[in-house]
Design a protein around this ligand. Structure first.
Ligand SMILES: [Zn+2]
Length: 315
C-alpha cells in the first residue's frame, strides 16, 4: 500500500496536479518553490507554497501542510479511500475503445466452447466448421461475468457502460447472444449480437459499424457478393467463397455505397427473400442505383429461410 502511494505521488506530482486544476503561481526559489493563492480558502495575498522537490505544500494562511492525497481529501471533502480511488482514475491513461472491444471479443470466444446451446444454435444456422468459427472470431455471451473480467483488467464500469457493453445495472448487454466482431483493418470496431432465442432482439453497440464488412479483403475483386447479414457471410465463407462482404442490413450507408462503386466490378446482391417483400424491394432499388454508377448488379436473391442460403444456378 505504502509503495503504491509513493508510486502514485511520483507519477502525478502535486505541482502538476495543482496546475491542471488551474492553480497559478510564481517561483520564489530556484530550488523549485512556488507561491500562489491558497485553493483551500479565499485570500488576497498568496500564502500557499509548493515545494516541487519535496512534493509537498504548506499554507501560511490556514496552516495546512499537504501531500497530494491530503490535498485531494481537503479540497474535495473526500475520505482517504475516496481520494485514492479518485486519483487512480484521474491518473489512468485514456482507454482505447478498440482495445476494450478486442478484449470483449476474446472473452466471448472463450465462452463459446463451454456453451453447448450456442454451438447448437450455430449449427441450426448452418455454421458448423470450428475453423471458420475461429477465423471469424465468433463468440457467445452467456451473461454474468463480462464486467468482472474487464474491470479486473483495469477498465472502469463507466467506460464499459459508455461503450454499451454493459447496461445501467452492470449486466452484459449481449446476454444470450452469439457475438460477431465487425472488423475493419483486422480490428473490431463494433459487435453484432444475435439472440439464440426468439425472446430478445439482435443488437449492435451504439457506435459506428464502419463501412462494408472486412472490405479490405474484397476491395480488389472484380466480382463481389453482397449479403445483408453476418450469418449469411459466415455460411458463404464456410462454403469457400472469399469475395463476400456484408452491409449489416438492406439499406447501405453512403460510405458503403461508395465503396461498392470505387471501381468497375460486378456486385451480386443476395438479400433475403421475405414475405413482406422488403428484401426484394431493397435489392431492386440498389440494383438501379449501382447500374446508374455503371456497376453490374445481377440479382441473386436467396430463396427460403434465413438459415438456408440457396445460391442461384451456375455456382
Ligand atoms: Zn490556506
Amino acid at each position: 500500500m505504502g509503495e503504491d502511494l509513493e508510486k502514485l505521488k511520483r507519477q502525478l506530482p502535486l505541482l502538476d496536479y495543482l496546475r491542471q486544476q488551474n492553480w497559478t503561481a510564481r517561483p520564489v526559489r530556484p530550488s523549485g518553490e512556488f507561491v500562489g493563492l491558497c485553493p483551500l480558502h479565499s485570500e488576497t495575498r498568496p500564502s500557499f507554497y509548493v515545494n516541487a522537490r519535496k512534493n509537498l505544500s504548506y499554507c501560511h494562511g490556514c496552516g495546512q501542510g499537504n501531500d497530494l492525497i491530503r490535498f485531494v481529501e481537503l479540497s474535495r471533502h473526500f475520505s482517504f479511500r475516496q481520494s485514492l480511488a479518485y486519483l487512480e482514475q484521474y491518473n489512468a491513461p485514456p482507454a482505447d475503445p478498440a482495445a476494450v472491444l478486442e478484449k470483449a471479443v476474446a472473452f466471448y470466444q472463450q465462452q463459446l466452447d463451454r456453451c453447448p446451446e450456442a454451438l447448437r444454435y450455430l449449427k441450426q444456422r448452418g455454421l458448423y466448421d470450428p475453423a471458420v468459427i475461429q477465423e471469424l472470431r465468433i463468440g457467445y455471451a452467456p451473461g454474468g461475468s463480462l464486467r468482472q473480467h474487464l474491470t479486473a483488467q483495469g477498465y472502469s464500469c463507466d467506460l464499459l457502460r459508455r461503450l454499451g457493453l454493459i447496461n445501467a445495472r452492470g449486466c452484459d448487454a449481449f446476454y444470450r447472444r452469439v457475438v460477431f466482431p465487425c472488423c475493419q483493418g483486422g480490428r473490431a470496431i463494433n459487435l453484432y449480437g444475435r439472440s439464440i432465442t426468439a425472446a430478445v432482439a439482435h443488437r449492435f453497440l451504439p457506435r459506428s459499424k464502419g463501412g462494408l464488412y472486412a472490405w479490405e479483403w474484397v476491395q480488389q475483386c472484380p466480382e463481389v457478393i453482397l449479403v445483408e447479414g453476418l450469418f449469411d457471410y459466415a455460411v458463404l465463407w464456410q462454403a469457400g467463397f472469399r469475395h463476400v462482404t456484408c452491409s449489416f442490413g438492406t439499406h447501405l450507408s453512403p460510405h458503403q455505397f461508395q465503396q461498392l462503386c470505387d471501381r468497375p466490378r460486378t456486385v451480386y446482391l443476395t438479400f433475403d427473400v421475405d414475405t413482406s417483400g422488403s428484401g426484394q424491394q431493397a435489392s431492386q432499388r440498389l440494383t438501379y442505383q449501382l447500374q446508374a454508377q455503371s456497376i453490374a448488379a445481377p440479382r441473386a436473391l436467396a430463396r427460403g429461410t434465413r438459415s438456408k442460403l440457396l445460391l442461384w444456378p451456375g455456382w
